[in-house]
Each structure stands twice: as structure tokens, then as C-alpha cells.
Design a protein around this ligand. Structure first.
Ligand code: NAP
Length: 277
């Protein structure tokens, strides 16, 4: 058996097309400010992809590029200016930040209404309590992909491996909202494979190349691979051993072309929603 692909690239294109139509009908075009501090090569690629998506959708984007040695005060001053600028509807600070900068302070400085990454504590709290707010892009993208692929959610056992604030925890909350029974695993989980083998839906957000192997996956499970890793041979690979796991899974996301494009599509959707008020 070979799993059906959950094609995030194709779905992201469809979503962006719909968003483009909505933007076409707006007199005031949405504006997104992206702040990139430092020289991280992966971050530069992510930011370029976000700029390209903005062009496709018709969102005005501005990237503020700051040197690695930028002071926290200067970074906060840029956020403050974007918070007060009425033409800016969304603000995104590309992570990771240089080591000397306190990420929690920076994220908290963003106006929660413009926090299109959904990382502000106010939006995190809204997600936890089920109140209206902006949900983080990668977890929202995962949910859209599961729904579009027709994966049954209600009553399904969803196992999430990884408990970061940007992926693991929020996707666990969204799966719970969708009436899944959720298990959240991490590096201290005992007998991880025994837990993941129970999953109808398995989300891997670990950051370790090909960490999820065939023996960890139940026959027919929907497997979502969030990981973006550099493998020993320099190629890009996920947290799931794709070639092995596709033989047992019912559905699977590829890397690249799975969760990554969906994250960007959700960023566009969040920016549009922020502009619409
Ligand atoms: P992170 O902050 O490093 O978190 C990794 C999580 O994995 C932690 O909760 C950690 O557990 C857990 N973990 C590590 N080793 C483990 C093990 N042996 N067994 C079980 N759990 C283990 O990573 P992240 O920011 O969530 O990102 C995860 C991956 O997704 C990375 O590859 C990242 O590049 C990728 N990513 C992709 C997108 C996208 O759009 N495609 C977006 C964001 C992130 P502890 O908490 O116990 O340490």
C-alpha cells in the first residue's frame, strides 16, 4: 500500500487564489511588515517566500532588514512604529532572533490585532480559551490540510510529537477544538513508539531528520510532517521517514510541498483578516 499525498502546495495555491480575489475587491490593500534581524540563511529564504506570496495575493509587503548586532531597543522601536502605522495591518518578526534579544519581550510588543503569526500571549490565550483571536500559521495550515484531505477529525486519536509554542502546543489545541482526542508527546515521553502507534492522526514537529519510522505508525494513519531539516547529504527532509512511512500510512504530507506552503498561505489569510478588522 502507498499513502495518498496531502498536497499542501496545491491547496496553498488554491487558498491564495481565493484570497487574491478578496484583495482585488478591497479599496485599501492589506499591508504586512516583516522584520528580519540577522543573517540566518533559512530565515532569509522564508522571508523571500513570504514576500513572493504577498505579491501573488496583492498584499503590500515591507521587509525591514536589521543587522545581527541590532539592539533590542531598535527592534522594539520598529515594532512600535509599525503598531502605530494605519497602513500596516500585519506585523511578523522572523524567528529565530539573534541570541542577545529576548524573543518573549519582542513578541509581546506587537499589537495583538496585527500579530499575524499568532504568537502574542493574548492570541495564545484566546486559542487556549476558545475566544476569537489570531491562530498561528503552521497549526492552522495543518488543520486546513487535514480537512481538505477529508481526514475524519471527530473522535480521532491525534498524537502530536513536539510541544513548542509555535507548532506542537497550538496544533494540539486546534485538534482538540476539532473534537479529536489528543496526546501531546515530547522528549520525556516514555515508549514514544507505543504512543504514536495509537494515532489515527500523527503530527511530527520534532526537528530531527526522519525521526518517525515505519514501526511508529499505525496502518492507515494520516501523517503530517512539520519538520524541515537538512540531511547529511545536504538535501531537505522532514521529521518522518517518508519512503518507509508512506508504505503504512493512509495519507501523508511530503517535505517539501506539505506543511511549508500551507504556513505561508495561512499568513496571507491572517493578514487579510487583520486588514478586514
Ligand atoms: P522545537 O521548538 O525545537 O521543538 C521540538 C520539540 O520536539 C520539543 O517539544 C522537544 O521536546 C521534542 N523532541 C525533541 N526530541 C524528541 C524526542 N527524541 N522524542 C520526542 N520529542 C522530542 O521545534 P519547532 O519550532 O516546534 O519545530 C519543529 C520542526 O518543525 C523543525 O524542523 C522546524 O524547522 C519545523 N517547522 C516547520 C514549519 C513549516 O512551516 N513547515 C514551521 C515551524 C517549524 P522537549 O520539549 O521535551 O524538548
Amino acid at each position: 500500500m502507498s499513502a495518498v499525498l496531502m498536497d499542501g502546495k496545491a491547496l496553498a495555491e488554491r487558498i491564495k487564489e481565493t484570497l487574491r480575489e478578496r484583495v482585488d475587491g478591497m479599496t485599501i490593500k492589506p499591508g504586512l511588515t516583516v522584520i528580519l534581524a540577522g543573517e540566518d540563511p533559512a530565515s532569509k529564504v522564508y522571508v523571500r517566500n513570504k514576500e513572493r506570496a504577498c505579491e501573488t495575493v496583492g498584499i503590500r509587503s515591507r521587509v525591514i532588514r536589521l543587522p545581527d548586532a541590532v539592539s533590542q531597543e531598535e527592534l522594539l522601536a520598529h515594532i512600535d512604529a509599525a503598531n502605530r502605522d494605519e497602513a500596516v495591518h500585519g506585523i511578523l518578526v522572523q524567528l529565530p532572533l539573534p541570541r542577545h534579544i529576548d524573543g518573549a519581550v519582542v513578541l509581546k510588543a506587537i499589537d495583538p490585532k496585527k500579530d499575524v503569526d499568532g504568537f502574542h500571549v493574548e492570541n495564545a490565550g484566546a486559542l487556549l480559551s476558545g475566544a476569537p483571536g489570531i491562530a498561528p500559521c503552521t497549526p492552522s495550515g495543518i488543520m486546513e490540510l487535514l480537512k481538505d484531505s477529508g481526514v475524519p477529525l471527530e473522535g480521532a486519536h491525534a498524537v502530536v510529537v513536539g510541544r513548542s509554542n509555535i507548532v506542537g502546543k497550538p496544533v494540539a489545541l486546534l485538534l482538540l477544538q476539532a473534537n479529536c482526542t489528543v496526546t501531546l508527546c515530547h522528549s520525556k515521553t516514555r515508549d514514544l513508539a507505543a504512543v504514536t502507534r495509537q494515532a489515527d492522526i500523527l503530527v511530527a514537529a520534532v526537528g530531527r531528520p526522519r525521526f518517525i519510522t515505519r514501526d511508529m505508525v499505525k496502518n492507515g494513519a494520516a501523517v503530517v510532517d512539520v519538520g524541515v531539516n537538512r540531511c547529511a547529504d545536504g538535501s531537505l527532509c522532514g521529521d518522518v521517514d517518508f519512503e518507509q512511512v508512506r508504505e503504512v500510512a493512509g495519507r501523508i504530507t511530503p517535505v517539501p510541498g506539505g506543511v511549508g506552503p500551507m504556513t505561508i498561505a495561512m499568513l496571507m489569510a491572517n493578514t487579510l483578516r487583520a486588514a478586514e478588522g
